[in-house]
Design a protein around this ligand. Sequence first.
Ligand code: AMP
Length: 355
Amino acid sequence: MIEPGSTIGILGGGQLGRMIALAAATLGYKTHIFCPDAGSPAMLVTPFATVAAYEDEAALASFAAAVDVVTFEFENVPAATATFLANLKPTRPGPHVLATAQDRLKEKDFLRSIGIATTEYQEITSLASLARMVRDRGRECILKTVRLGYDGKGQVALTPESDLAAAWNGIGGETGILEDFVDFTCEVSVIVARTEAGACATYVPVENQHSHHILDTTIAPARITPELAMRAEAIARHIAEKLDVVGLIAVEMFVTQSGEVLVNELAPRPHNSGHWTLDACMTSQFEQLVRAVCGLPLGSPDRHSDAVMKNLIGDDIQKWRDAVAEPSAKVHLYGKNEARPGRKMGHVTRLLPKR
Ligand code: AMP
């Protein structure tokens, strides 16, 4: 067990790192942020920080020497960085989890290999193969970059009439993945925490509404049948086990018109759709991550309230003024001083009586 008083190293300095650091502090841990950007949100809540590139091995080695365990707050940290650190300190989740989750093809191949349904997908390696596949499908599909995509970045919707050359160049002309467009009834996600010993705690499925591909609202719990909720939870637990996750994994899924559950994406870290747990659950996703990576018993994921979480994106940040005066709203601001369009600046969770 890594006991309170020890130091948790966090790769990445965004709001997720900030909320991990705050949860860690509550349990008496110190946190040390490793991030290329000085003054990032996580660095504003802990005095220990290394500002260096993820490829800087000397900086990584001294970071490893200063911490007792390493975790990460976004999955686009190079897998080689996680492998380098894993040779020096326990790194949780392990580098293999990062390598799978940061490559959409590897991720979907893995899901298929363990019997989990996903959207139909194909690897695209050239404009010619893109043109052939889009024509063969004859319906709307989505072309995505294989790596470094999030919040809808690096993806474009296509039909056989679209300008395919522009789409191919738009994703950088590198390997892509072409998916069927899913006409879903709703998007849900499930977050699972898992310890090294294999204990799991699963949060109730929540419903996610996106605007411009960015999460806008999370409704907890999701408005789906108990049978669908059980299926979604079972899928997420199965993935956490088969991927041998130590820490957290968020599983994003589509619920289709015919009642199928298709996995869209995995995120092996705290997830925006789990922010409501800070205010409505016995144990937040951030505390759960700290418990899992330090080998403490997991806390209860049960909720005492239902909740609706709304992101404050870009200029929405000004809405904090009204929200902070609402009796049942909890306001979380990330300390970012520039409100660019599409930038997550904070969120508001409104609590409701538990159904
Ligand atoms: P992603 O980056 O894959 O998480 O995609 C961001 C959002 O785009 C998802 O949450 C969906 O709202 C939408 N999206 C992604 N892939 C598909 C798909 N195959 N069919 C329909 N919508 C999709």
